[in-house]
Design a protein around this ligand. Sequence first.
Ligand code: AHG
Ligand code: MN
Ligand code: MN
Length: 312
Amino acid sequence: MPGTNSPDLATVLREQFAAPVGVILQGFADASASLRDLLAVAPLRDLIGATGDVNVQSEMTAKLDVAANTLFLDALRLPGVARLISEEEPHPVEVGDGAYTCCFDPLDGSSNIGVAPVGSVLGIYTDAAGAFEAGYAITGRQLVAAAFTVYGLPTMLIVASAERADGFAFDPEDRTWRLVSPQMRTPAPQYTSINWTYRDRWPARVARAVDRASDGLRGRYSGSMVEDVLRVLMAGGVFMYPEDDSSPSGKLRMLYEICPIGFIVSAAGGDAIDGTRAVLDVPVTGPHQRGPLVVGDRDAVRRYQDGYALAD
Ligand code: AHG
Ligand code: MN
Ligand code: MN
């Protein structure tokens, strides 16, 4: 039974990842533990609310978006890292001559700050061809590892290689992440997760695909992708953020939301598509490129794809 004797994160990382990648994942976990501390006292430290600025995506920046960005930027300036790409930075931040580019969403689910769980997302990409410098003809197939955190009770960290995804819970007593869900597999689907208030904006093929994917499932939607994806991994189901008439490419970003999440759920036996193809095969040509995402149980994702493919 998982408990205080379960393997800790450092042990699992040592077994599964070569040094630079394992150290980067540990850096992400450490910064996540610090952000968890900050979130726990945010209303007491004047950390709730907006900065008054907007980020490169024209979104209002919360004070905690900025604090979280600083935490992860500082934690990921590590040997082996070439550059950092953050949701909150307009341009890639050059770090060194390493082989890896780390892309992160420091705080996912900003509208839930102070109200409901938020999280963080990381993707670690190789860039043998130098595409990141030359204009971003890259794909999620270049991911070597990915991780995301959900700052709930418990605070959970999911870490994945291409082969497997493992779940860790944070123990505040010894400040250690411990393995509680080894080799996660997407369970039989129960829940469908989508912002259904946008239904009037969905193209006909999207509405049909959503209905097919959701057949027999019950609705849950949090407003934090990480929380909904954790539900996909722990309880089973499908999460969708499709394109719509006002966001023709969807809302979520390829490098630090869609690809890492698609990689993690695929490692757990699920699937992730943009409607027609695996999200990991979609060419990415800019740091903040958006795309649609349908992720979770393989059968539900296939039903979406089938419904999407029919002529209107
Ligand atoms: P972020 O806070 O990093 O900008 O991401 C928010 C994303 C995602 O977490 C969530 O699923 C989605 O936005 C919610 O958007 P809607 O309010 O349009 O449903
Ligand atoms: Mn996000
Ligand atoms: Mn964010």
